[in-house]
Write a protein that binds this ligand. Sequence first.
Ligand code: NCD
Length: 309
Amino acid sequence: MTQLSVTNLLGIKHLNKDDIQLIFKTADHFKEVINRPIKKVPSLRDITIANLFFENSTRTKLSFELAEKRLSADIINFSAAQSSVKKGESLIDTVNNILSMKVDIIVMRHPNEGAGHFLSKHIKAKIVNAGDGAHEHPTQALLDSYSIREKLGSVKGKKIVIVGDILHSRVALSNIYALQLQGAEVKLCGPTTLMPKYITQLGVSYENSLRKALEWCDVANVLRVQHERMDIKYFPSIREYTQLFGINKELLNSLNKEIVIMHPGPINRGVELTSDVADSKQAIILNQVENGVAIRMAVIYLLAQQIKR
Ligand code: NCD
């Protein structure tokens, strides 16, 4: 297979196993490129990409921008905070104005679930979802699986626990889809109030005890408590959350094996992970960030191959 089965990357839900293999194989190539003295290829010299960020972002925005630059695309950046969205402009109007500037691919982060889907029905440019509300964050899940594959040789047959605020996390849902597609076993752990009701329908299991979950797994992907998405209190206090679901070195050392620790960032140090865990050799958090650039280069490159030029 040399082509993706999809024309946009809206979510992992729409991908198949072969798409993931193709993205990983392409990312392997780009990972080698970004480790060369000249970290750039001319592949997308004729492509223009707009990065539309309607919600705050550090890593994802920088990672996409860098990936696009490494592919030699022309890029324009848009942040909602400094735009006419604040003057009441609709999403379609904003995007159509940007498209009149002859944009081929749109990378979009938006606070509303399904924003990318909606846009894909109305515009011709290709869309890459960089996070839509609490729904999907496909490139994060791809880089997470790619990092597990790099560290442990494969994703198939591995046991992964996702710890924390599943309810508000787009990273969790995309990871569940991606890991299951590749034959991994997925368990969730965290306060029951932060588990969505539909979760058992996705074929994952739940474990309330963090120790038991860690004893079971090969990899723990630890998520941030997303306070900005909470309008009510889901647990009594941060202190209690940390006591029950925070990972510290003592807990890790008391397990009878060495597990891999992942985190999509930004980390709340001292809440979901203590600093000695986040900075330990067991943690592959910075490898995830490095792999993010190669994965995003691969996704954009493969979508651009479908554009008639
Ligand atoms: C995540 C996000 O924005 O969904 N971060 C990221 O993209 N690296 C997770 C988070 O904000 O906690």
